[in-house]
Design a binder for this molecule. Structure first.
Ligand SMILES: [Mn+2]
Length: 553
Protein backbone atom coordinates (compact mmCIF):
# COMPACT_ATOMS: atom_id res chain seq x y z
CA UNK A 1 0.00 0.00 0.00
CA UNK A 2 1.25 3.43 -0.84
CA UNK A 3 0.31 5.95 1.82
CA UNK A 4 1.49 9.00 -0.09
CA UNK A 5 0.03 9.20 -3.55
CA UNK A 6 -1.95 11.69 -5.54
CA UNK A 7 -5.67 11.44 -5.90
CA UNK A 8 -5.36 9.92 -9.34
CA UNK A 9 -7.45 6.82 -9.84
CA UNK A 10 -4.53 5.11 -11.53
CA UNK A 11 -2.53 5.19 -8.32
CA UNK A 12 0.46 7.05 -9.76
CA UNK A 13 2.52 8.15 -6.80
CA UNK A 14 3.80 11.65 -6.36
CA UNK A 15 4.22 13.74 -3.24
CA UNK A 16 1.02 15.28 -2.04
CA UNK A 17 1.20 18.47 -0.01
CA UNK A 18 -1.55 18.87 2.53
CA UNK A 19 -2.96 22.33 2.00
CA UNK A 20 -5.08 24.35 4.37
CA UNK A 21 -8.48 24.79 2.75
CA UNK A 22 -9.15 28.40 1.95
CA UNK A 23 -12.26 30.17 0.81
CA UNK A 24 -11.56 31.53 -2.62
CA UNK A 25 -13.87 34.09 -4.17
CA UNK A 26 -13.79 32.33 -7.54
CA UNK A 27 -15.83 29.41 -6.32
CA UNK A 28 -18.43 28.62 -3.71
CA UNK A 29 -16.95 25.61 -1.93
CA UNK A 30 -13.81 23.52 -2.11
CA UNK A 31 -11.52 21.60 0.20
CA UNK A 32 -8.47 23.06 -1.49
CA UNK A 33 -6.17 22.12 -4.36
CA UNK A 34 -6.82 18.65 -5.75
CA UNK A 35 -10.47 18.60 -4.68
CA UNK A 36 -13.70 19.47 -6.42
CA UNK A 37 -14.78 23.10 -6.65
CA UNK A 38 -18.45 23.81 -6.31
CA UNK A 39 -18.16 26.66 -8.80
CA UNK A 40 -21.49 28.42 -8.34
CA UNK A 41 -23.60 28.99 -5.23
CA UNK A 42 -25.67 25.84 -5.68
CA UNK A 43 -28.07 26.66 -2.81
CA UNK A 44 -29.09 29.86 -4.60
CA UNK A 45 -30.17 27.77 -7.60
CA UNK A 46 -32.01 25.41 -5.26
CA UNK A 47 -33.86 28.33 -3.65
CA UNK A 48 -34.93 29.56 -7.08
CA UNK A 49 -36.23 26.11 -7.97
CA UNK A 50 -38.08 25.88 -4.66
CA UNK A 51 -39.75 29.30 -5.04
CA UNK A 52 -40.75 28.40 -8.62
CA UNK A 53 -42.20 25.07 -7.45
CA UNK A 54 -44.05 26.67 -4.52
CA UNK A 55 -45.49 29.27 -6.89
CA UNK A 56 -46.55 26.56 -9.33
CA UNK A 57 -48.29 24.80 -6.43
CA UNK A 58 -50.22 27.99 -5.68
CA UNK A 59 -48.18 29.21 -2.70
CA UNK A 60 -47.23 32.74 -3.66
CA UNK A 61 -47.31 34.64 -0.37
CA UNK A 62 -45.52 34.40 2.94
CA UNK A 63 -42.05 33.13 3.65
CA UNK A 64 -40.32 29.85 4.32
CA UNK A 65 -38.61 29.55 7.69
CA UNK A 66 -36.04 26.79 8.07
CA UNK A 67 -34.01 25.76 11.04
CA UNK A 68 -30.48 24.55 10.43
CA UNK A 69 -28.92 21.62 12.22
CA UNK A 70 -27.99 21.82 15.90
CA UNK A 71 -24.57 21.45 17.42
CA UNK A 72 -24.62 18.57 19.90
CA UNK A 73 -22.55 17.11 22.68
CA UNK A 74 -22.08 13.50 23.66
CA UNK A 75 -24.63 12.56 26.32
CA UNK A 76 -23.90 14.60 29.47
CA UNK A 77 -20.35 15.49 28.49
CA UNK A 78 -18.80 18.48 26.76
CA UNK A 79 -17.42 16.28 23.96
CA UNK A 80 -18.60 18.09 20.86
CA UNK A 81 -19.76 15.81 18.05
CA UNK A 82 -18.53 16.79 14.62
CA UNK A 83 -21.31 18.78 13.01
CA UNK A 84 -22.99 17.79 9.77
CA UNK A 85 -25.62 20.13 8.38
CA UNK A 86 -29.28 19.08 8.20
CA UNK A 87 -29.94 18.08 4.60
CA UNK A 88 -32.80 20.42 3.65
CA UNK A 89 -30.85 23.34 5.13
CA UNK A 90 -27.75 22.21 3.27
CA UNK A 91 -29.71 22.11 0.03
CA UNK A 92 -31.07 25.64 0.42
CA UNK A 93 -28.23 27.43 2.26
CA UNK A 94 -25.13 25.19 2.13
CA UNK A 95 -23.92 26.52 5.46
CA UNK A 96 -21.19 24.54 7.21
CA UNK A 97 -21.84 26.02 10.68
CA UNK A 98 -24.44 24.78 13.20
CA UNK A 99 -27.34 26.59 14.89
CA UNK A 100 -28.39 28.84 11.99
CA UNK A 101 -31.82 29.74 10.62
CA UNK A 102 -32.87 30.65 7.10
CA UNK A 103 -35.72 32.67 5.64
CA UNK A 104 -36.81 32.56 2.00
CA UNK A 105 -39.43 35.04 0.84
CA UNK A 106 -41.90 33.71 -1.70
CA UNK A 107 -42.34 35.94 -4.68
CA UNK A 108 -38.91 37.54 -4.68
CA UNK A 109 -36.86 34.61 -3.41
CA UNK A 110 -35.01 36.99 -1.07
CA UNK A 111 -32.91 34.88 1.30
CA UNK A 112 -31.83 35.79 4.82
CA UNK A 113 -29.40 33.78 6.91
CA UNK A 114 -29.38 34.10 10.68
CA UNK A 115 -26.31 33.03 12.63
CA UNK A 116 -25.78 32.64 16.37
CA UNK A 117 -24.29 35.66 18.14
CA UNK A 118 -21.16 34.17 19.63
CA UNK A 119 -19.66 35.14 22.96
CA UNK A 120 -16.20 36.75 22.92
CA UNK A 121 -14.82 33.58 24.52
CA UNK A 122 -15.52 31.74 21.27
CA UNK A 123 -12.55 33.54 19.77
CA UNK A 124 -10.29 32.01 22.41
CA UNK A 125 -11.34 28.40 21.95
CA UNK A 126 -12.79 28.15 18.45
CA UNK A 127 -11.19 30.89 16.39
CA UNK A 128 -12.13 34.22 14.87
CA UNK A 129 -15.73 35.30 15.19
CA UNK A 130 -16.82 36.04 11.65
CA UNK A 131 -19.15 38.96 11.05
CA UNK A 132 -22.66 38.68 9.66
CA UNK A 133 -21.54 40.49 6.54
CA UNK A 134 -18.79 37.92 5.96
CA UNK A 135 -21.44 35.16 6.22
CA UNK A 136 -23.59 37.08 3.73
CA UNK A 137 -20.72 37.16 1.23
CA UNK A 138 -19.54 33.63 1.94
CA UNK A 139 -22.93 31.99 1.45
CA UNK A 140 -24.31 34.37 -1.20
CA UNK A 141 -27.53 35.37 0.59
CA UNK A 142 -29.35 38.70 0.40
CA UNK A 143 -29.02 39.48 4.10
CA UNK A 144 -27.47 38.02 7.23
CA UNK A 145 -28.47 38.74 10.81
CA UNK A 146 -28.48 37.03 14.20
CA UNK A 147 -30.71 34.31 15.56
CA UNK A 148 -31.56 36.41 18.65
CA UNK A 149 -33.52 38.58 16.17
CA UNK A 150 -35.31 35.58 14.64
CA UNK A 151 -38.93 36.59 15.16
CA UNK A 152 -38.49 40.25 14.28
CA UNK A 153 -36.61 39.27 11.12
CA UNK A 154 -39.39 36.86 10.13
CA UNK A 155 -42.00 39.59 10.85
CA UNK A 156 -40.16 41.99 8.59
CA UNK A 157 -39.98 39.33 5.86
CA UNK A 158 -43.71 38.65 6.15
CA UNK A 159 -44.34 42.37 5.72
CA UNK A 160 -42.64 42.14 2.33
CA UNK A 161 -44.65 39.00 1.43
CA UNK A 162 -48.25 40.27 1.56
CA UNK A 163 -48.41 39.11 5.19
CA UNK A 164 -48.87 35.55 4.00
CA UNK A 165 -48.16 32.51 6.17
CA UNK A 166 -44.94 31.17 7.57
CA UNK A 167 -44.30 27.94 5.64
CA UNK A 168 -42.70 25.29 7.82
CA UNK A 169 -41.30 21.87 6.97
CA UNK A 170 -43.41 19.01 8.29
CA UNK A 171 -43.44 15.59 6.70
CA UNK A 172 -42.51 12.02 7.44
CA UNK A 173 -39.26 10.74 5.98
CA UNK A 174 -40.42 7.51 4.33
CA UNK A 175 -37.20 5.67 5.22
CA UNK A 176 -36.92 6.55 8.91
CA UNK A 177 -40.55 7.31 9.74
CA UNK A 178 -39.33 10.46 11.48
CA UNK A 179 -40.84 13.92 11.01
CA UNK A 180 -38.38 16.79 10.82
CA UNK A 181 -40.88 19.10 12.49
CA UNK A 182 -40.49 16.94 15.62
CA UNK A 183 -36.76 16.27 15.31
CA UNK A 184 -35.92 19.93 14.67
CA UNK A 185 -38.97 22.04 15.58
CA UNK A 186 -39.05 25.46 13.93
CA UNK A 187 -42.10 26.94 15.62
CA UNK A 188 -39.99 29.41 17.60
CA UNK A 189 -39.39 31.11 14.26
CA UNK A 190 -43.08 32.01 14.00
CA UNK A 191 -43.86 35.55 15.25
CA UNK A 192 -46.94 35.95 17.48
CA UNK A 193 -50.12 36.15 15.43
CA UNK A 194 -48.56 34.93 12.18
CA UNK A 195 -50.32 32.25 10.18
CA UNK A 196 -48.55 28.92 9.79
CA UNK A 197 -48.81 26.60 6.80
CA UNK A 198 -46.94 23.33 7.11
CA UNK A 199 -49.07 21.36 4.68
CA UNK A 200 -47.09 21.77 1.45
CA UNK A 201 -43.46 22.75 1.93
CA UNK A 202 -42.12 19.27 2.70
CA UNK A 203 -43.63 17.66 -0.38
CA UNK A 204 -42.62 20.48 -2.72
CA UNK A 205 -39.08 20.68 -1.34
CA UNK A 206 -38.56 16.92 -1.29
CA UNK A 207 -39.63 16.82 -4.94
CA UNK A 208 -37.09 19.53 -5.79
CA UNK A 209 -34.36 17.38 -4.24
CA UNK A 210 -35.38 14.30 -6.23
CA UNK A 211 -34.43 15.89 -9.57
CA UNK A 212 -30.76 16.83 -9.57
CA UNK A 213 -29.44 19.96 -11.26
CA UNK A 214 -26.41 19.69 -13.59
CA UNK A 215 -24.27 21.19 -10.79
CA UNK A 216 -25.45 18.57 -8.33
CA UNK A 217 -24.74 15.79 -10.83
CA UNK A 218 -21.14 16.97 -11.33
CA UNK A 219 -20.65 17.09 -7.57
CA UNK A 220 -22.06 13.59 -7.24
CA UNK A 221 -19.78 12.50 -10.09
CA UNK A 222 -16.86 13.71 -7.99
CA UNK A 223 -17.84 11.97 -4.77
CA UNK A 224 -18.56 8.75 -6.69
CA UNK A 225 -15.20 9.09 -8.44
CA UNK A 226 -13.35 9.52 -5.13
CA UNK A 227 -15.24 6.58 -3.64
CA UNK A 228 -14.62 4.41 -6.71
CA UNK A 229 -10.89 5.15 -6.59
CA UNK A 230 -10.88 4.29 -2.89
CA UNK A 231 -12.69 1.01 -3.57
CA UNK A 232 -10.17 0.13 -6.31
CA UNK A 233 -7.33 0.95 -3.93
CA UNK A 234 -8.76 -1.30 -1.20
CA UNK A 235 -9.37 -4.05 -3.76
CA UNK A 236 -5.71 -3.91 -4.74
CA UNK A 237 -4.52 -4.10 -1.13
CA UNK A 238 -6.78 -6.86 0.26
CA UNK A 239 -4.94 -9.91 1.51
CA UNK A 240 -6.01 -12.96 3.52
CA UNK A 241 -5.15 -12.41 7.19
CA UNK A 242 -6.16 -8.74 7.20
CA UNK A 243 -9.00 -7.55 9.42
CA UNK A 244 -12.23 -6.18 8.03
CA UNK A 245 -11.67 -2.91 9.92
CA UNK A 246 -8.42 -2.44 8.06
CA UNK A 247 -10.39 -2.35 4.79
CA UNK A 248 -12.66 0.25 6.38
CA UNK A 249 -9.58 2.23 7.47
CA UNK A 250 -8.03 2.12 3.99
CA UNK A 251 -11.24 3.33 2.38
CA UNK A 252 -11.79 6.18 4.83
CA UNK A 253 -8.15 7.18 4.56
CA UNK A 254 -8.27 7.39 0.79
CA UNK A 255 -11.47 9.44 0.70
CA UNK A 256 -10.30 11.83 3.41
CA UNK A 257 -6.66 12.19 2.39
CA UNK A 258 -7.03 12.25 -1.36
CA UNK A 259 -10.59 13.49 -1.74
CA UNK A 260 -11.02 15.97 1.08
CA UNK A 261 -14.03 13.98 2.30
CA UNK A 262 -14.20 14.46 6.06
CA UNK A 263 -17.38 12.43 6.44
CA UNK A 264 -18.39 9.06 5.12
CA UNK A 265 -21.90 8.86 3.71
CA UNK A 266 -22.71 5.99 6.12
CA UNK A 267 -21.00 3.42 8.33
CA UNK A 268 -18.74 1.17 6.25
CA UNK A 269 -20.02 -2.37 5.74
CA UNK A 270 -16.91 -4.54 5.38
CA UNK A 271 -18.54 -7.95 5.38
CA UNK A 272 -16.35 -10.91 4.57
CA UNK A 273 -17.25 -14.58 4.38
CA UNK A 274 -20.54 -15.39 6.10
CA UNK A 275 -20.88 -11.78 7.32
CA UNK A 276 -21.86 -10.74 3.79
CA UNK A 277 -25.23 -12.34 4.48
CA UNK A 278 -25.81 -9.77 7.23
CA UNK A 279 -27.23 -6.87 5.27
CA UNK A 280 -26.30 -4.06 7.66
CA UNK A 281 -23.14 -5.58 9.07
CA UNK A 282 -20.59 -3.14 10.46
CA UNK A 283 -22.73 -1.70 13.25
CA UNK A 284 -21.49 -1.36 16.84
CA UNK A 285 -22.49 -4.93 17.67
CA UNK A 286 -20.73 -6.33 14.58
CA UNK A 287 -17.90 -3.84 14.10
CA UNK A 288 -16.07 -5.16 11.00
CA UNK A 289 -13.82 -7.38 13.13
CA UNK A 290 -13.46 -10.65 11.21
CA UNK A 291 -10.05 -11.80 10.04
CA UNK A 292 -10.17 -12.39 6.28
CA UNK A 293 -9.84 -15.96 5.07
CA UNK A 294 -8.47 -16.79 1.64
CA UNK A 295 -11.72 -18.53 0.76
CA UNK A 296 -13.96 -15.57 1.73
CA UNK A 297 -15.94 -13.39 -0.58
CA UNK A 298 -15.65 -9.76 0.55
CA UNK A 299 -18.69 -7.50 0.30
CA UNK A 300 -17.67 -3.90 0.87
CA UNK A 301 -20.40 -1.26 0.93
CA UNK A 302 -18.69 2.09 1.47
CA UNK A 303 -19.23 5.64 0.26
CA UNK A 304 -17.75 9.07 0.86
CA UNK A 305 -19.50 12.38 1.34
CA UNK A 306 -18.38 15.76 -0.05
CA UNK A 307 -20.22 19.01 0.63
CA UNK A 308 -22.87 16.71 2.15
CA UNK A 309 -23.44 14.85 -1.14
CA UNK A 310 -23.20 11.09 -0.87
CA UNK A 311 -21.86 8.12 -2.75
CA UNK A 312 -23.14 4.62 -1.99
CA UNK A 313 -21.06 1.93 -3.67
CA UNK A 314 -20.65 -1.79 -3.10
CA UNK A 315 -17.93 -4.03 -4.49
CA UNK A 316 -17.74 -7.79 -3.99
CA UNK A 317 -14.73 -9.94 -4.73
CA UNK A 318 -12.80 -13.01 -3.61
CA UNK A 319 -10.29 -12.27 -0.85
CA UNK A 320 -7.92 -14.76 -2.45
CA UNK A 321 -7.77 -12.70 -5.65
CA UNK A 322 -9.25 -15.30 -8.01
CA UNK A 323 -12.87 -16.42 -8.26
CA UNK A 324 -13.76 -20.04 -7.56
CA UNK A 325 -16.47 -21.43 -9.89
CA UNK A 326 -19.17 -20.96 -7.22
CA UNK A 327 -18.01 -17.43 -6.38
CA UNK A 328 -17.94 -16.56 -10.05
CA UNK A 329 -21.42 -17.99 -10.60
CA UNK A 330 -22.98 -15.85 -7.88
CA UNK A 331 -20.93 -12.78 -8.83
CA UNK A 332 -21.85 -12.98 -12.50
CA UNK A 333 -25.49 -13.56 -11.58
CA UNK A 334 -25.50 -10.20 -9.83
CA UNK A 335 -23.49 -8.58 -12.62
CA UNK A 336 -26.02 -9.86 -15.15
CA UNK A 337 -28.74 -8.16 -13.09
CA UNK A 338 -26.82 -4.90 -13.33
CA UNK A 339 -26.34 -5.32 -17.06
CA UNK A 340 -30.01 -5.90 -17.77
CA UNK A 341 -31.26 -3.23 -15.38
CA UNK A 342 -28.87 -0.56 -16.66
CA UNK A 343 -29.99 -1.42 -20.21
CA UNK A 344 -33.65 -1.06 -19.27
CA UNK A 345 -33.52 2.11 -17.14
CA UNK A 346 -34.81 5.26 -18.79
CA UNK A 347 -37.52 7.86 -18.16
CA UNK A 348 -40.97 6.32 -17.85
CA UNK A 349 -39.79 3.00 -16.38
CA UNK A 350 -41.27 1.87 -13.05
CA UNK A 351 -38.64 1.19 -10.38
CA UNK A 352 -40.66 -1.76 -9.11
CA UNK A 353 -40.35 -3.34 -12.57
CA UNK A 354 -36.56 -3.04 -12.32
CA UNK A 355 -36.69 -4.78 -8.96
CA UNK A 356 -38.72 -7.63 -10.48
CA UNK A 357 -36.25 -7.81 -13.36
CA UNK A 358 -33.49 -8.37 -10.78
CA UNK A 359 -35.46 -11.27 -9.30
CA UNK A 360 -36.13 -12.80 -12.74
CA UNK A 361 -32.48 -12.64 -13.78
CA UNK A 362 -31.32 -14.03 -10.43
CA UNK A 363 -33.76 -16.94 -10.41
CA UNK A 364 -33.04 -17.76 -14.06
CA UNK A 365 -29.31 -17.94 -13.35
CA UNK A 366 -29.69 -19.95 -10.11
CA UNK A 367 -31.83 -22.43 -12.05
CA UNK A 368 -29.24 -22.60 -14.82
CA UNK A 369 -26.62 -23.55 -12.24
CA UNK A 370 -28.73 -26.20 -10.54
CA UNK A 371 -29.72 -24.44 -7.31
CA UNK A 372 -33.35 -24.21 -8.39
CA UNK A 373 -35.77 -26.28 -10.44
CA UNK A 374 -39.07 -25.39 -12.08
CA UNK A 375 -40.62 -22.56 -14.00
CA UNK A 376 -39.14 -19.11 -13.33
CA UNK A 377 -42.49 -17.34 -13.74
CA UNK A 378 -43.99 -19.66 -11.12
CA UNK A 379 -41.02 -18.94 -8.86
CA UNK A 380 -41.74 -15.22 -9.21
CA UNK A 381 -45.40 -15.83 -8.35
CA UNK A 382 -44.27 -17.68 -5.22
CA UNK A 383 -42.04 -14.64 -4.44
CA UNK A 384 -38.93 -16.81 -4.44
CA UNK A 385 -36.78 -13.82 -5.39
CA UNK A 386 -37.27 -12.47 -1.88
CA UNK A 387 -35.45 -15.52 -0.45
CA UNK A 388 -32.21 -14.56 -2.20
CA UNK A 389 -32.61 -10.75 -2.28
CA UNK A 390 -34.53 -9.49 0.75
CA UNK A 391 -33.63 -5.81 0.19
CA UNK A 392 -34.77 -3.32 -2.41
CA UNK A 393 -32.98 -2.90 -5.74
CA UNK A 394 -31.93 0.64 -4.92
CA UNK A 395 -32.93 4.05 -3.67
CA UNK A 396 -32.79 7.74 -4.43
CA UNK A 397 -29.47 9.28 -3.42
CA UNK A 398 -28.23 12.85 -3.03
CA UNK A 399 -27.63 14.87 0.12
CA UNK A 400 -28.83 11.83 2.01
CA UNK A 401 -27.68 8.34 1.16
CA UNK A 402 -31.33 7.32 1.27
CA UNK A 403 -32.54 10.56 -0.23
CA UNK A 404 -35.96 12.04 0.44
CA UNK A 405 -38.91 11.87 -1.92
CA UNK A 406 -39.20 8.11 -2.34
CA UNK A 407 -42.89 8.13 -1.46
CA UNK A 408 -44.81 11.38 -1.84
CA UNK A 409 -48.45 12.15 -2.61
CA UNK A 410 -49.02 11.41 -6.31
CA UNK A 411 -46.20 8.87 -6.51
CA UNK A 412 -46.77 5.09 -6.55
CA UNK A 413 -47.38 3.73 -3.03
CA UNK A 414 -45.21 1.22 -1.20
CA UNK A 415 -45.93 -2.38 -2.18
CA UNK A 416 -47.05 -4.87 0.45
CA UNK A 417 -45.24 -7.78 -1.26
CA UNK A 418 -42.29 -8.99 0.87
CA UNK A 419 -39.10 -7.62 -0.68
CA UNK A 420 -40.85 -5.11 -2.92
CA UNK A 421 -42.05 -3.58 0.34
CA UNK A 422 -38.40 -2.82 1.12
CA UNK A 423 -38.05 -0.57 -1.92
CA UNK A 424 -37.38 2.97 -0.72
CA UNK A 425 -39.20 4.25 -3.77
CA UNK A 426 -41.58 2.80 -6.34
CA UNK A 427 -41.48 5.86 -8.57
CA UNK A 428 -41.52 6.22 -12.33
CA UNK A 429 -38.01 7.11 -13.47
CA UNK A 430 -37.45 10.68 -14.64
CA UNK A 431 -34.39 12.34 -16.17
CA UNK A 432 -32.27 13.88 -13.41
CA UNK A 433 -33.11 11.30 -10.76
CA UNK A 434 -30.06 9.84 -9.01
CA UNK A 435 -30.49 6.28 -7.78
CA UNK A 436 -28.41 3.39 -6.62
CA UNK A 437 -28.62 0.15 -8.58
CA UNK A 438 -27.71 -2.53 -6.08
CA UNK A 439 -28.76 -6.04 -7.03
CA UNK A 440 -27.63 -8.72 -4.62
CA UNK A 441 -27.77 -12.46 -4.09
CA UNK A 442 -27.37 -13.83 -0.58
CA UNK A 443 -27.50 -17.16 1.19
CA UNK A 444 -29.07 -16.19 4.50
CA UNK A 445 -30.03 -19.03 6.87
CA UNK A 446 -32.93 -16.97 8.23
CA UNK A 447 -34.30 -16.75 4.68
CA UNK A 448 -33.39 -20.23 3.40
CA UNK A 449 -34.71 -22.22 6.37
CA UNK A 450 -38.29 -20.90 6.20
CA UNK A 451 -38.25 -21.24 2.39
CA UNK A 452 -37.19 -24.89 2.69
CA UNK A 453 -39.91 -25.48 5.26
CA UNK A 454 -42.67 -23.91 3.17
CA UNK A 455 -43.97 -26.24 0.42
CA UNK A 456 -44.87 -23.21 -1.72
CA UNK A 457 -41.20 -22.30 -2.07
CA UNK A 458 -39.48 -25.59 -1.19
CA UNK A 459 -40.67 -27.19 -4.44
CA UNK A 460 -38.25 -24.95 -6.39
CA UNK A 461 -35.22 -25.38 -4.12
CA UNK A 462 -32.49 -28.01 -4.57
CA UNK A 463 -31.39 -28.56 -0.95
CA UNK A 464 -28.17 -30.41 -1.74
CA UNK A 465 -26.97 -27.68 -4.08
CA UNK A 466 -27.99 -24.89 -1.71
CA UNK A 467 -26.18 -26.61 1.16
CA UNK A 468 -22.92 -25.84 -0.63
CA UNK A 469 -23.64 -22.12 -0.25
CA UNK A 470 -24.34 -22.13 3.49
CA UNK A 471 -21.80 -19.74 4.94
CA UNK A 472 -20.99 -18.30 1.51
CA UNK A 473 -22.42 -14.95 2.50
CA UNK A 474 -23.49 -13.08 -0.59
CA UNK A 475 -22.67 -10.70 -3.38
CA UNK A 476 -23.89 -7.16 -3.94
CA UNK A 477 -22.83 -4.76 -6.67
CA UNK A 478 -23.96 -1.19 -6.16
CA UNK A 479 -23.56 1.75 -8.50
CA UNK A 480 -24.78 5.34 -8.32
CA UNK A 481 -26.47 6.27 -11.58
CA UNK A 482 -28.30 9.30 -12.95
CA UNK A 483 -31.27 8.85 -15.26
CA UNK A 484 -30.75 10.75 -18.53
CA UNK A 485 -33.21 11.52 -21.34
CA UNK A 486 -32.28 8.26 -23.05
CA UNK A 487 -30.94 5.91 -20.37
CA UNK A 488 -28.43 6.20 -17.55
CA UNK A 489 -25.13 7.87 -16.76
CA UNK A 490 -23.20 5.64 -14.35
CA UNK A 491 -21.19 7.76 -11.91
CA UNK A 492 -19.49 4.70 -10.39
CA UNK A 493 -16.16 3.72 -11.92
CA UNK A 494 -15.28 0.51 -10.10
CA UNK A 495 -13.81 -2.74 -11.39
CA UNK A 496 -16.88 -4.82 -12.14
CA UNK A 497 -16.24 -7.73 -14.51
CA UNK A 498 -14.40 -10.85 -13.32
CA UNK A 499 -11.35 -9.96 -15.41
CA UNK A 500 -11.32 -6.35 -14.19
CA UNK A 501 -11.52 -7.45 -10.55
CA UNK A 502 -8.86 -10.15 -10.88
CA UNK A 503 -6.61 -7.75 -12.76
CA UNK A 504 -6.81 -5.03 -10.09
CA UNK A 505 -6.30 -7.62 -7.33
CA UNK A 506 -3.09 -8.65 -9.10
CA UNK A 507 -2.01 -5.00 -8.99
CA UNK A 508 -3.25 -4.04 -12.46
CA UNK A 509 -3.92 -0.45 -13.44
CA UNK A 510 -7.17 1.29 -12.80
CA UNK A 511 -8.91 2.82 -14.65
CA UNK A 512 -8.21 0.30 -17.41
CA UNK A 513 -6.87 1.30 -20.82
CA UNK A 514 -10.01 -0.07 -22.43
CA UNK A 515 -13.55 -0.44 -21.13
CA UNK A 516 -14.63 -3.91 -22.15
CA UNK A 517 -18.02 -3.55 -20.45
CA UNK A 518 -19.66 -0.51 -22.06
CA UNK A 519 -23.00 -1.93 -20.95
CA UNK A 520 -22.15 -0.65 -17.47
CA UNK A 521 -22.51 2.89 -18.89
CA UNK A 522 -19.51 4.05 -16.88
CA UNK A 523 -18.72 7.55 -18.09
CA UNK A 524 -14.99 7.71 -17.50
CA UNK A 525 -14.17 10.94 -15.76
CA UNK A 526 -11.41 12.37 -13.63
CA UNK A 527 -10.80 15.53 -11.66
CA UNK A 528 -9.03 18.29 -13.57
CA UNK A 529 -6.91 19.63 -10.73
CA UNK A 530 -6.41 23.06 -12.26
CA UNK A 531 -10.11 23.85 -12.55
CA UNK A 532 -11.44 21.55 -9.82
CA UNK A 533 -14.01 20.17 -12.24
CA UNK A 534 -14.75 16.68 -13.47
CA UNK A 535 -13.62 16.12 -17.06
CA UNK A 536 -13.79 13.18 -19.44
CA UNK A 537 -10.97 10.67 -18.85
CA UNK A 538 -9.60 10.18 -22.34
CA UNK A 539 -7.23 7.46 -21.18
CA UNK A 540 -9.99 4.87 -21.29
CA UNK A 541 -10.95 3.58 -24.72
CA UNK A 542 -14.50 2.32 -24.96
CA UNK A 543 -15.02 -0.88 -26.87
CA UNK A 544 -18.21 -1.93 -28.61
CA UNK A 545 -19.50 1.63 -28.92
CA UNK A 546 -22.83 0.44 -30.32
CA UNK A 547 -23.91 -0.30 -26.75
CA UNK A 548 -23.47 3.31 -25.70
CA UNK A 549 -26.55 5.49 -25.77
CA UNK A 550 -25.05 8.55 -24.12
CA UNK A 551 -24.74 11.15 -26.88
CA UNK A 552 -21.66 12.55 -25.14
CA UNK A 553 -19.52 9.59 -26.02
MN1 LIG B 1 -27.48 1.67 -1.08
Amino acid sequence: MSIVQTMSVDGQCEPCNPVTPAVHPAFFFSRGPGTFRVATPMPKGARTRLVTAMTAAGHTTGCIVLRGGNSSERYDTDHEEIFRQESFFQYLFGVAEPDCWGIIELGTGRATLLIPRLKPEYAVWMGDIKSASSFKDRYVVDACGYTDELQSTVSAALGRCADGPVHLLAGVNSDSGNDLSKVLPATEGVPPGALVDSSHLYNVLAECRVIKSPDEIELMRYVSWVSSAAHASVMRDVRPGMMEYQLEALFLFHCAYHGGCRHAAYTCICACGPNAAVLHYGHAGAPNDRQLQGTDMALLDMGAEYYCYCADITCSYPVGGAFTPDQRMVFETVLECQKQILAAMKPGVLWGDMHRLMWRVTLTRLKEFGLLVGDVSEMLEANLGFVFTPHGLGHLIGIDTHDCGGYLPNTPPRSSVPGLSKLRTARVLQAGMALTVEPGCYFIDAQLDPALADPQTARFLVPAALERFRGFGGVRLEDVVVVTDTGVDNLTLCPRTVSEVESVMRGGEWPPPTDAAPWLHRRWSTLDKASGTMVRDDRVRIEAAEFVTDADF
